[in-house]
Design a protein around this ligand. Structure first.
Ligand code: NAD
Ligand code: UD1
Length: 349
């Protein structure tokens, strides 16, 4: 079976990373069905993906917890794989409402996996996170580093990873690629789709771009006394389009492995990052250089739960998925600004 005949279910495909991945899936010849409850996204994103790709997308509005609807979708389509983005991701909210996170992310994923198993669909790409490494002991972070987390959101990712490992150990037909994203930023270079956070952003890049566009007064840099190049936190920022392409590489890897009839890959966790760290201050300066926009900021105390530095070892993705990031920090800033300046109020809910 060639790539063109393969159908992929994309849960959470209306969201930030999912919408960018839909574009790359279509560009690579995959057929897609998007399943999303729109709890943290706007259907306008899919309309824009349709404009960019010039292709109509099959969209089902539904919840991971709705087993009946999921069953119906799996009865209607013969999927090769599921790319599973759907989940809640706000760290602060997960501390305040942990059950909401365990129910949505963990119970939702159990539901999905049960329906997959029932319909004999065993290929799975999971949106994991560098948050599963907690406060890293060694840098760059390799996939074999010890796992731990500091908040309920992170624990849902870790629990799902453990669950997937158990599942693969129980039945070799399961093949799981768990993609541990570092810090996704940026937007599609058309400026038509991008990150559209609800309310005041928690994450750095959307905060910077909202200061630049005049929606927020100034950035507060959380801590300038970390043991880093300039005292501010260091992260491995990765362009969302590079990240999206990483999912195509993961599916291609599953396709190849299924076709070659090699041994099952079982549970395979892989970092998706650039491999290099950028400090908060370096990112602010790069944003100004790339866009000409001044970003007002002040230093403020460290944010609870933040680590000093976090960046990936990326050899495994290069060797096994034949994937590496190509876009640099200036591309990330330029494309974020392109999206933000064209859509100051996001998708206009
Ligand atoms: P997002 O919120 O933009 O997208 C998630 C999508 O899932 C949304 O469209 C939302 O409506 C949908 N969804 C949530 N719960 C659902 C449910 N029960 N049923 C159906 N749909 C549901 O988030 P994103 O930034 O695109 O992240 C995608 C995935 O990647 C998430 O699982 C997130 O935890 C993970 N991740 C994100 C980052 C990041 O920085 N953005 C980093 C690491 C991992
Ligand atoms: C955060 C989450 C992480 C999640 C990731 C992607 C926390 C503790 N961690 O990671 O679980 O997977 O987002 O959604 O929330 N910063 C500022 N000012 C701001 C915002 C951020 O200085 O207004 C700094 C932070 O202190 C940090 C860096 O910018 O040093 C990156 O922050 P952020 O974008 O929130 O990502 P992470 O904290 O790495």
């Amino acid at each position: 079976m060639g790539t063109a005949s393969k159908k992929i279910l994309v849960t959470g495909g209306v969201g930030y990373i999912g919408s960018h991945t839909c574009i790359e899936l279509i560009a690579s010849g995959y057929d897609i069905v998007v399943y999303d409850n729109l709890s943290n996204s706007n259907i306008e994103a899919i309309k824009r993906v349709e404009q960019i790709t010039d292709k109509e997308i099959e969209f089902v509005q539904g919840d991971l917890l709705d087993e009946t609807l999921l069953t119906q979708i799996f009865s209607q389509h013969q999927f090769f794989a599921v790319v599973h983005f759907a989940g809640l991701k706000a760290v602060g909210e997960s501390v305040a409402q942990p059950l909401k996170y365990y129910k949505n992310n963990v119970a939702g994923t159990v539901n999905l996996l049960e329906v997959m198993q029932h319909h004999q669909v065993f290929n799975f790409v999971f949106s994991s996170s560098a948050t599963v490494y907690g406060d890293p002991e060694q840098l760059p972070i390799t996939e074999t580093a010890p796992r731990s987390t500091t908040n309920p959101y992170g624990r849902t990712k870790l629990i799902i990873e453990y669950m997937l490992e158990d599942l693969c150990a129980s039945d070799p037909r399961w093949q799981v690629v768990s993609l541990r994203y570092f810090n996704p930023v940026g937007a599609h270079d058309s400026g038509k789709i991008g990150e559209d956070p609800n309310g005041i952003p928690n994450n750095l890049m959307p905060y910077i771009s909202q200061v630049a566009v005049g929606k927020l007064e100034k950035l507060r840099i959380f801590g300038n006394d970390y043991p880093t190049v300039d005292g501010t936190g260091v992260r491995d920022f990765i362009h969302v389009v590079d990240l999206a392409k990483g999912h195509i590489s993961a599916i291609d890897y599953l396709v190849k492995n299924s076709t070659d009839k090699k041994e099952s890959i079982g549970f395979f966790a892989v970092n998706l990052g650039t491999g290099s760290g950028t400090s908060v201050l370096q990112l602010v300066n790069a944003f100004t250089e790339a866009t000409g926009q001044i970003v007002n900021y002040e230093f403020s105390p460290r944010r609870a739960g933040d680590v000093a530095s976090c960046y990936a070892q990326v050899d495994l993705a290069e060797q096994n998925l034949n994937w590496q990031a190509h876009l640099d920090i200036y591309d990330m800033c330029k494309d974020t600004w392109h999206w933000q300046s064209q859509n100051p109020n996001g998708y206009e809910k």
